[in-house]
Design a protein around this ligand. Structure first.
Ligand SMILES: *Cc1c(COP(=O)(O)O)cnc(C)c1O
Length: 428
């Protein structure tokens, strides 16, 4: 595999862009190689500038649920572009997308469009604080909700209950309003509510975590959060930026039969365009400006091209529920063949999968939270990643990310992937 052009392109990019990339994980720093520059993509495949072809399991980190260059999405965007790029005034596509999301997700009565998942979660926690008049936000270790100050907080050390900033530039004063709890720990959750319940504005969680690798909530865990937030008058924010419309036509909420006060979206609802959204119960959402006192705005929010892409993708999804059954089968096949190969060669792995989201951790300990995810042998992951890449399989370049299946992955893709995996287990 020759990737010389990508290597040169990266050197050039580094002269003008910090680290050569516009989002850190793209730099491939965790896998000891340079990133691939992508020229184009179609269906389940991406093609780099050296002309190599890969089966893509990143899918732009989630949005490409129907595969790349999906005809209905591309046509809708082209048609919208003919009418102008942006108006800064209402357009019909905004109401159409809002109506679609409200009709597909029970917990959402009204929804506000923004431009990224980060904006959605940032606005959701401001709204939770504005609505309750409280300051404390609860988040879970290993969950990622974008890069706003209040959410770039990691667990404090030792006995400290409140978090500390996980990025330079976040004042420690912000960290004192974010309580960080271990994922899947019901006792820690109950203790936090007993102690701070009346001060907790909201709880935000990934209903299936995808940003520490895939971690699955224990039975009843999310329901427990629902119960406690209701009891203490806190807002339950379910961050479906990754899982929304992926884990079912109504996201993780639909899959688990769960109710939320605010739901955040991104990725899939934009069909590849930069979009985010937050929505929920009408009485809470009406606290947002212009009807309410919580300010939030956006020059490009509800952009007509983004709305066209989102509408086309969600319309297709809502009319083709078979996608979810097929993806489940593809996921099952991959999971089973991965397990078979790792058993055959005696490699210790844990596979966590929900539908089209899956992670392989190189450890013999069951992965149920951030601490256990960190037991994974990241050196082994690095070798695994590079060997898979050599065989034309493009995975997320980090142990702590999910593999994403799409509707475009064919039986042949899946079999080719299983074969590559078997070879790689043999030399790991
Ligand atoms: C990707 C992601 C975000 C951030 O979305 P951006 O569009 O990258 O800002 C927030 N929450 C979750 C769960 C995500 O996966």
């Amino acid at each position: 595999m020759n990737t010389e052009k990508s290597k040169t392109a990266f050197e050039e990019a580094k002269k003008y862009i910090p680290g050569g990339v516009n989002s850190p994980v793209r730099a491939f720093a965790n896998v000891g190689t340079h990133p691939l520059f992508i020229a184009r993509a179609k269906g389940s495949k991406i093609f780099d500038i050296d002309g190599n072809e890969y089966i893509d399991y990143v899918g732009s980190w989630g949005p490409m649920f129907l595969g790349h260059l999906k005809d209905v999405v591309i046509e809708a965007v082209k048609k919208a572009a003919d009418n102008g790029m942006s108006f800064g005034a209402p357009c019909l596509g905004e109401t159409e997308l809002a109506k679609r999301i409200c009709s597909m997700v029970d917990s959402v009565d009204v929804v506000r469009m923004v431009n990224s998942g980060t904006e959605a979660t940032m606005s959701a926690i401001r709204l939770a604080r504005g609505f309750t008049g409280r300051n404390i936000i609860v988040k879970f270790e290993g969950c990622y909700h974008g890069h706003s100050d209040s959410l770039l907080i990691k667990a404090g050390s030792g006995a400290a209950t409140f978090g500390s900033a996980s990025s330079a530039g976040v004042p420690e004063d912000f960290a004192k309003y974010t309580l960080v709890l271990p994922y899947n720990d019901t006792k820690a959750l109950e203790n936090a509510f007993e102690k701070y319940g009346s001060e907790i504005a909201g709880v935000i969680i990934e209903p299936v975590a995808g940003n520490m690798g895939v971690v699955i909530p224990k039975d009843g865990y999310l329901q427990k959060i629902r119960e406690l937030t209701k009891k203490y008058g806190s807002v339950f924010i379910v961050d479906e930026v990754m899982t929304g419309f992926r884990l079912s036509p109504s996201g993780a909420l639909g899959r688990f039969g769960l109710d939320a006060d605010i739901v955040t979206f991104g990725k899939i609802i934009g069909g590849g365009m930069p979009v985010g959204a937050y929505g929920g119960k009408r009485e809470i959402m009406e606290f947002v400006s212009p009807t309410g006192p919580v300010y939030q705005a956006g020059t490009l929010s509800g952009n007509p091209l983004a709305m066209a892409a989102g509408n086309a993708q969600l319309k297709y999804i809502s009319e083709n529920h078979y996608i979810y059954e097929e993806i489940e089968l593809k996921g099952q096949y991959l999971e089973e063949s991965f397990k078979k190969s790792s058993d055959k060669y005696g490699i210790n792995i844990q596979i966590n999968r929900v539908g089209s989201m899956m992670s392989i951790f190189f450890t013999d300990t069951k992965v149920v939270d951030f601490k256990t995810a960190c037991l994974s042998d990241t050196e082994r992951f690095k070798k695994y990643f590079n060997e898979m890449l050599k065989r034309g399989i493009y995975l997320a370049p980090s142990q702590f990310e999910s593999l994403f299946l799409s509707d475009a992955h064919t039986k042949e893709d899946i079999e080719k992937t299983a074969t590559a995996f078997d070879e790689v287990m043999g030399i790991l």
